[in-house]
Write a protein that binds this ligand. Sequence first.
Ligand SMILES: *Cc1c(COP(=O)(O)O)cnc(C)c1O
Length: 367
Amino acid sequence: MSFKIPKNLRIPGPTPCPDYVLEAMGQDMINHRGPEFQDMIKRTTEGLKSIFQTSNDVFILTASGTGAMEAAVVNTLSPGDTVLSVSIGVFGDRLGQIAETYGANVIKFTTTWGTAADPNDVKKVLDDNPNIKAVIVTHNETSTGVTNDMAAISKVVKDADKLLLVDAISSLSSLPFYTDEWGCDVVMSGSQKGYMIPPGLAFVSVSERAWEASKEATMPRFYWDFGRAKSYLERGQTPWTPAVSIFYALDVALQGMFKEGMENVFQRHIDLANKTRAGIKNLGLELFADETHASNTVTAIKVPEGVNGGDLAKRMQSDHDVVLGGGQGSLTGKIFRIGHLGHVYEEDISIVLSALEDVLPKIGFNG
Ligand SMILES: *Cc1c(COP(=O)(O)O)cnc(C)c1O
């Protein structure tokens, strides 16, 4: 390779992969319409169902997370449908934009970035707009480092008897998520976040109600068609050629997570987030997100007065081999982010914190 692979990749996806995942991906190809693949897709689909905590259908799509977002929209909605987009950041806006692109009439609900959506406010919008058919919402907003209270939001949505589509791309497998208990109709996730594997696969769950909606839905769909995915899955296949190597990765990573135990995985993410937030405050820096809803997979931090966010990123990589996430959209240059999801442990956070302690005073921080 003509460049050096950083030792401390602390962006919130793609996330680093354990050696056993990298080794699994080094295997040669198999027939994606043969018996080995059949076994593997059955096993991985079952594994994902247990992570999603669902008995709904789960499909593995060859795409990045945005593919799952588009799939959720086009399989359940029709042009002209009124959709409530609950967005608390860049990724929430993206989901709303996809619905709009396909002709939905999108009502935009938003909050000050860095805060979560208040379920009572969502309820008010639902009460005021009885024609809303579906609610689209982000569980964990990666751009601001905020986790929405999905239990409370889904209750409001289900009490109003609406279809509920949830982006859980940067939370599922790292934070507890209860697809069936919360009544989520379509839940989306993506391989390169908490699953400890590379980008290339996206996951969706589809409830009975979502299937009903799909019968009426007239948005155009071909690659993303859930009906095709279901009929092929019954034969242990995908409609289109899957990212076979990423399936190898998923297969072993799921086994790794189940061996660690999902409760332990969740606890590790809580501990990592607590350590990150405490360490950041200890350095005299300010958290961007409202702490009552701060994410346990990614921490957003304000770039302090007198410091240039670009310089910070550069020095962290050149001096310490630490790669930080930057701000996205209107937050560019205003925040930086530390991803702590997937294959990440306490010592990784210690490295980031001591690197920050070294670099910050050298680039104008005198907190
Ligand atoms: C990463 C991410 C996505 C999807 O982005 P891709 O680049 O398409 O994988 C969507 N929503 C959230 C919350 C994310 O973190």
